[in-house]
Design a protein around this ligand. Structure first.
Ligand code: FAD
Ligand code: NAD
Length: 466
């Protein structure tokens, strides 16, 4: 067994770990990154990027299907066909380009990348079983950064295996099933359930709560639920899954009346959440303080052990790639001697449904719960010219601001392409903008962004286009 020494040792090459490695190396810190799977982690390989690629492919297919019918645009095409193997290859090509890019960036910045699975010996020592028959390696370090991500939660009465799959398999189908049952109407269930429905699969969705995307407020998710129903997704809300039937080709579900129904399924996607990846790599030996199933951290991502840091999904909700990246960058800077704290004014969250949902900062209810006296106003895309030219007038932009000084504390939007508005929303909150600042900014015409300005104007009592 050979031995190496480094200043910063990072376990996990996902968005948290690889960003921390690049920034640390830029700041001159000798850095080693250990990755057992593929660089880019869940995000680039089996999460954010592949799911958005499949969403795009499904959108394009659905568009051509519409053109094969009676399109109001006067466009007429022959009924389309999808070669799903080719679609998956195209998606894999994007993944390969991005993960290759991460490898190149790490090399350029002189990060030592070790391919293999790390096992913690103590807070300063890690053993790595190197991939591809390489020898076992012991690495000792001054700082240990834990970024091993999360794993999908399994249902005890319907574990993964056979036709019960997680998002990973759902992102790389060899062929399309006739009938898919999705368990969980959260981020993954909705994003991937929509993909399969748009590709022509019969989709049933079982959600234990009374509405889809229960983490968001009901007004915001209403257009998403309506769109799912319009697409033909069969929603089973407030229902509990009992397991597969005896022949394994249907999901047994207890409905709101307590009756058991069977939903026939060629494939079952279980998407009932993810949990921090805490088992199987020696983490328990450090006996770190925990916050539930997540590793407890302070506002600098320090764990309860000196010079052991944790970032990303390992540290719990919200499990989002941009949070992991921001934490990773910050930890590298603190180790380099800079004064930093993780105190974002808001954490954007986007669900890439059809229509998309974006939330930055506080909703009206959350601001009330926080004891703030706020006003709020919404502007519907039905009154926005650009939305009409894009044939998507459903949804709205909503702003929440303090009544006394009009400081903006939250933005929410639902509608086509609103994910891109998250940037403007984040900027205005992080920079402490007031309603007057946004209302007084010239917004290009015709754009969806005009709804942002109009929402601010409406909150001030003088919207122009409604
Ligand atoms: P990960 O990305 O999970 O990376 C951890 C890495 O550590 C992995 O590569 C793993 O192989 C490695 N590792 C683990 N243990 C060891 C070990 N012992 N030794 C060596 N290596 C190890 N987030 C968004 O913000 N936007 C989205 O649109 C979005 N879409 C998603 C879609 C899906 C289907 C899924 C599943 C997730 C999605 N997410 C999205 C969540 C996002 O992927 C995660 O929040 C993010 O990847 C977390 O980053 P991380 O660095 O903490 O961990
Ligand atoms: P989720 O927490 O978003 O949704 C899980 C859903 O399953 C919830 O609505 C919950 O009420 C429901 N549920 C739980 N147990 C159930 C049961 N037994 N039967 C029926 N329904 C049940 O989790 P997810 O969709 O698995 O996604 C995991 C995480 O990945 C997300 O929390 C998010 O952090 C990340 N993610 C983010 C994005 C994005 O940012 N666009 C996309 C995908 C995933």
């Amino acid at each position: 067994m050979s031995t190496q020494t480094t200043t910063l040792l990072i376990i996990g090459g996902g968005p948290g770990g690889y960003v921390a490695a690049i920034r640390a190396a830029q700041l001159g810190i000798p850095t080693t990154l250990v990755e057992g799977g593929e660089l880019g982690g869940t995000c680039l390989n089996i999460g954010c990027i592949p799911s958005k690629a499949m969403i795009h492919a499904a959108d394009e297919f659905a568009k051509t299907l519409e053109f094969a019918g009676d399109s109001p645009l006067g466009i007429r095409v022959q009924a389309p066909h999808i070669d799903i193997e080719k679609t998956v290859r195209w998606k894999d090509g994007i993944v390969a380009k991005l993960t290759g890019g991460v490898g190149a960036l790490l090399r350029k910045n002189k990060v030592t990348v070790v391919k293999g699975w790390a096992r913690i010996v103590d807070g300063k020592t890690v053993e790595v079983l190197q991939a591809e028959g390489g020898e076992a390696l012991t690495i000792s370090c001054r700082h240990l950064l834990l970024a091993p991500g999360s794993v999908p939660v399994a249902l005890p009465n319907m574990p993964f295996g056979g036709r019960v799959i997680s998002s990973t398999a759902a992102l790389s189908p060899a062929s399309l099933p006739q009938r898919l049952v999705v368990v969980g109407g959260g981020y993954i269930g909705l994003e991937l359930g929509t993909v399969y429905r748009k590709l022509g699969v019969e989709v049933g969705m079982v959600e234990s709560l009374e509405r889809v995307l229960p983490a968001y407020d009901a007004e915001l998710t209403k257009p998403v639920q309506a769109s799912l129903l319009k697409m033909g997704v069969k929603l089973h809300l407030g229902c509990t899954v009992q397991g597969l039937n005896a022949s394994g080709d249907a999901v047994r579900v207890r409905d709101t009346q307590g009756q058991e129904i069977a939903l026939p399924a060629d494939l079952v996607l279980v998407a009932v959440g993810r949990r921090p990846h805490t088992e199987g790599w020696g983490l328990e030996s450090l006996m770190l303080d925990m916050a539930g199933r997540a590793v407890k951290i302070d506002d600098q991502c320090r764990t309860s052990m000196r010079d052991v840091w944790a970032i990303g999904d390992l540290t719990g909700e919200p499990m989002l790639a941009h949070r992991a990246m921001a934490q990773g960058e910050m930890v590298a800077e603190i180790i380099a001697g800079k004064r930093r704290h993780f105190m974002p004014a808001a954490m954007p969250a986007v669900c890439f449904t059809d229509p998309e949902v974006v939330v930055v900062g506080k909703s009206p209810d959350e601001s009330q719960q926080a004891g703030l006296d706020c006003i709020h106003a919404l502007f519907p895309f039905a009154a926005n010219g650009r939305s009409m030219t894009l044939e998507s007038t459903e949804g709205f932009v909503r702003v929440v601001a303090r009544r006394d000084n009009h400081l903006i504390v939250g933005w929410q939007a639902v509608g086509r392409s609103v994910s891109e508005l998250s940037t403007a929303f984040g900027h205005s909150i992080e920079m402490g903008a007031t309603l007057e600042d946004v209302a007084g900014t010239i917004h290009a015409h015709p754009t969806l962004g005009e709804a942002v300005q109009e929402a601010a104007l409406r909150a001030l009592g003088h919207a122009l286009h409604i």
